[in-house]
Design a protein. Structure first.
Ligand SMILES: Cc1cc2nc3c(=O)[nH]c(=O)nc-3n(C[C@H](O)[C@H](O)[C@H](O)COP(=O)(O)OP(=O)(O)OC[C@H]3O[C@@H](n4cnc5c(N)ncnc54)[C@H](O)[C@@H]3O)c2cc1C
Length: 229
């Protein structure tokens, strides 16, 4: 079976190379981390890939979750009700081939100041993925991470972040540090004026957070966004 899959690697098509799956790590009933070959891919933390099953025309964008120091690639996916690709990828098995295109995107840190300037990383749901890549790739990063989810169990691999740097906002239970949405938390929070802000996840949060932050005096050029849907 694996031999057959390996044969397909050599016939990877022009629209995306084939990469073999190593493992799938289920974090909740719907969220999972897919690990697969890196094939020496160079990427900048914050970039994303287009991923689908080999020989399937459907693919979707996924931020890279793993570090530049890992010899594999990982993506964090939430299975969407009525979704197509997020459901198919949840069923893959080790040894199966994926079609991967990329890396792509400009959602990245300004490397000159990652240890000195404060960084405010704000995510909803799987929008935490590029921030995981930032934190794992750059241990010197001076950051505060605000993660918004519905329930405490969606605090994906929270032990990968330093306790004092991680704030969990839960809108539907009280298992986080703050009960409410990330934007409710932000309204009560005063960032330093030189903070570099990164927003990732659903567009409602991003638009609302953008307005709150600019009202609090963060220059627009310090705010970076990655919209998932
Ligand atoms: C640059 C970029 C990076 C992305 N990175 C990630 C990532 O790291 N992890 C990840 O899980 N997704 C990520 N996404 C979203 C992903 O590309 C797909 O949209 C998602 O997996 C749904 O695909 P689907 O084929 O299952 O559903 P589709 O059939 O394409 O969509 C079904 C519906 O679900 C909505 N939807 C999409 N994502 C979500 C969500 N998370 N929650 C609720 N509704 C949603 C869509 O707007 C659509 O209305 C990213 C999107 C972009 C543009």
């Amino acid at each position: 079976m694996i031999e057959e899959v390996k044969a397909s690697v050599n016939t990877a098509n022009a629209t995306g190379q084939h990469y073999l799956v190593h493992s799938i790590r289920h974090l909740t009933d719907s969220a999972y981390v897919l690990r697969f070959d890196r094939n020496q891919m160079d990427f900048i933390p914050g970039q994303h890939l287009s991923v689908g099953l080999a020989n399937d025309p459907q693919a979707r964008e996924y931020s890279i979750y793993s570090s530049v120091n890992d010899d594999f690639l990982e993506i964090l996916i939430k299975e969407v009700d009525e979704g197509i690709v997020s459901k198919k990828l949840k069923k893959v098995k080790p040894g199966q081939a994926l079609r991967v295109t990329g890396p792509m995107g400009f959602f990245k840190l300004n490397m000159g100041s990652i240890a000195s300037d404060p960084h405010l990383l704000i995510a909803t749901g799987t929008g935490i993925s590029p921030f995981h890549a930032f934190v794992k790739s750059y241990p010197e990063l001076n950051y505060q991470l605000i993660h918004g989810v519905r329930y405490g169990q969606e605090a994906y691999e929270k032990d990968h972040y330093a306790d004092q740097r991680y704030i969990l906002c839960t809108s539907r239970d009280d298992k986080g540090h703050f009960k409410g949405r990330t934007t409710d938390y932000l309204r009560k929070f005063q960032p330093q004026a030189n903070t570099r802000v990164y927003l990732c996840g659903n567009c409602d949060m991003i638009f609302e957070a953008y307005d709150i932050l600019t009202d609090k005096g963060i220059p627009t050029e310090n705010i970076h966004t990655e919209v998932y849907f």
